[in-house]
Design a protein around this ligand. Structure first.
Ligand code: FMN
Length: 190
């Protein structure tokens, strides 16, 4: 095998989700490196028409508030479930959704919504043809690998989307876009 392949495999093997971060901030240079990696991924439609976007939140109070408000909304939702069994299972399922309040940075990955003409053309297959979510996923993986190369820990999060209305509102996601995932970022806790 080539050196490049070995290096890639070493990188893939060393990457793991990180959920516990040191308090150190993630500086602009590191975030720029992640952004650059994100931008180089293949994209359906090419030319940025899917509006794949990655922006970073580094305001600690805003990250804490997002996790807290999301968790509160989720608890309220759980309390509204009449069946004790389903309520308990749902609450347990949600334990991995809103732990990211102490992450020093959050990548917010979004893409443009499927256009109406495509929905008319392809119905519930439209989002697969549009490819916005897949493109965002590919770019997010490039970001994860870049994070690994610069010693940053990261964890993808789609769980918070369970309270998408609350979360998209707090993050100021525009009406023409849809939130795909969050990525918690920071230097791993030693
Ligand atoms: C699309 C996606 C969504 C995820 N959502 C969550 C989540 O909401 N909460 C969480 O703690 N981990 C989440 N993860 C992380 C996975 O649990 C993790 O990648 C998986 O357990 C494999 O572990 P590894 O990343 O260390 O290889 C998500 C991962 C992916 C790819």
């Amino acid at each position: 095998m080539t050196e490049n392949y070995d290096a890639l495999m070493a990188l893939l093997e060393s990457r793991h989700s990180c959920r516990s971060f040191a308090p150190d901030p993630v500086d602009e240079k590191a975030l720029q490196s992640l952004s650059d990696a994100f931008a180089l991924a293949p994209q359906a439609g090419g030319g940025g028409r899917r509006g794949i976007q990655c922006r970073f939140v580094t305001d600690r109070a805003a990250i804490r508030n997002l996790a807290k408000r999301g968790q509160e909304a989720f608890i309220a939702f759980c309390q509204s479930i009449p069946s004790p069994f389903v309520r308990e299972q749902t609450a347990r399922y949600g334990e991995n959704f809103f732990w990211f309040g102490e992450a020093p940075a959050l990548a917010v990955v979004s893409c443009r919504k499927v256009p109406v003409f495509l929905e008319k053309l392809a119905g519930d297959r439209a989002h697969r043809i549009w490819g916005g979510e897949l493109s965002a996923a590919m770019a997010s993986f490039s970001l994860l690998l870049a994070a690994e190369t610069i010693g940053l820990g990261a964890c993808c999060l789609t769980g918070p989307l369970v309270m998408w209305h609350e979360v998209e509102g707090l993050l100021g996601i525009s009406k023409r876009d849809t939130l795909i995932l969050l990525i918690a970022l920071g230097y791993p806790q030693a």
